[in-house]
Design a protein around this ligand. Structure first.
Ligand code: ATP
Ligand code: MG
Length: 353
């Protein structure tokens, strides 16, 4: 890189714990939910943890197998997104999942320890099928591949939104199983859930999603943010501005709490009181939310515009990170195979077999 640093080289102490987390390149931008659910914690912890961030293109194929032409644009967009929210390539290793094929080998081994019923029961599977996704083997296998993503770099901590918590717990269970059967290879990973475990969508659905058409993206222009907020779902029982309204579970107030700065808190508390009493209209509160969101998004937009001026930057960072992750992956996989007695031709192990 320009300053001579290699990906992940910053302050990397020997005993530094590892983070692994990632995102599906199903869009070329992150949304507000990705930010409060996971990105914010990653930015906060990048100095303390040796952080690996995965662009999970193999996971994107579970629902977007017919949209592979968009992958390249989306991968580039997510990379710009990471850097624009303040993830530092000198501290973080960015990895393109499909270019570390060792993950598929590990997923196979982990699959041998996974009862089929556990996969069939996962709530995320039912949710995706209810959304009309194809009932494929890859969709069923998703948690096994995600466990391999986490265990391959021997991650200790996985900052995710609540929708991914069960998957991290599954990875932990399977690590325990592996270690008991073959010997201690994997640390036990733990989920770290963001300030807002699940940010609702602008349509009032319980989860904002890249693929759900209910997201405010970090790249939306001030006009797009205004348009989306002004038509946002609020309290459906409230018809007139002087009807008492509900604040709890109301996405407008959830967004205000999540993105209001310290100096907004007094105003937000006041609006909540007035809203409950039916003394302020939705339009006024929404206009305030537009202001709050645009103040939050402005510096991110500026960073992205600046980063876009160096067209090779993100490719370079991703290539370097992926090469580093691959060499780490090969080390773990050698340990795994040795523990499983599958290291037939490894010279070093001839005597111990
Ligand atoms: P898709 O709809 O394509 O699955 P997504 O918005 O769910 O996209 P992912 O790439 O699947 O995004 O997940 C990236 C990270 O963002 C994960 O840690 C996930 O838990 C978190 N996340 C996603 N949506 C939300 C949300 N609405 N609130 C909090 N965290 C979220
Ligand atoms: Mg998702």
């Amino acid at each position: 890189m320009a300053d001579g640093k290699v990906a992940g080289e910053f302050k990397k102490g020997k005993n530094m714990k590892r983070i692994l987390t990632g995102d599906r390149p199903t869009s070329d931008s992150f949304h507000l939910g990705n930010y409060v659910g996971s990105l914010k914690n990653r930015v906060k912890l990048q100095d303390e943890y040796d952080t690996f961030i995965l662009i999970a293109d193999l996971h994107a194929l579970t629902t977007h197998f017919d949209k592979t032409k968009d992958l390249e644009k989306n991968i580039r967009g997510l990379m710009l997104g990471y850097l624009s929210v303040g993830l530092d390539p000198a501290k973080v290793t960015f990895v393109l999942q499909s270019q570390v094929p060792e993950v598929l080998e590990l997923a196979y081994f982990l699959g041998t320890l996974t009862p089929r019923a556990v996969l069939e029961r996962q709530p995320a599977l039912k949710e995706k099928l209810d959304q009309g996704e194809q009932d494929t083997f890859a969709l069923l296998q998703y948690p096994v591949l995600m466990a391999a993503d986490i265990l391959l770099p021997k991650a200790n901590l996985v900052p995710v939104g609540k929708d991914q918590k069960a998957h991290v717990e599954f990875a932990r269970d399977i690590a325990i199983k592996f270690n008991n059967l073959y010997g201690e290879v994997f640390p036990l990973p733990e989920p770290l859930i963001g300030d807002v475990p699940t940010l609702p969508g602008t349509d009032g659905q319980s989860k904002m999603g890249k693929s759900l058409n209910n997201a405010i993206f970090l790249t939306d222009s001030p006009e797009e943010v205004e348009k989306k907020v002004m038509s946002m779902y609020t309290d459906p029982k409230r018809i007139h501005a002087n009807d008492p309204g509900t604040v709890e579970g109301n996405p407008v107030f959830i967004y205000l709490d999540a993105f209001g700065a310290d100096n907004d808190h007094e105003q937000i508390t006041k609006y909540k009181e007035l809203y409950r009493k039916g003394q302020v209209g939705d339009i006024e509160v929404k206009k305030y939310l537009v202001k709050v969101l645009n103040i939050f998004l402005d510096p991110i937009r500026e960073n992205r515009a600046r980063l876009e001026r160096d067209p090779e930057l993100v490719e370079r960072v991703l290539k370097e990170g992926t090469a580093k992750a691959r060499s780490e992956a090969q080390k773990t996989l050698a340990e795994v195979k040795s523990a499983m007695k599958l290291d037939y031709f490894d010279q070093n192990n001839q005597d111990t077999r």
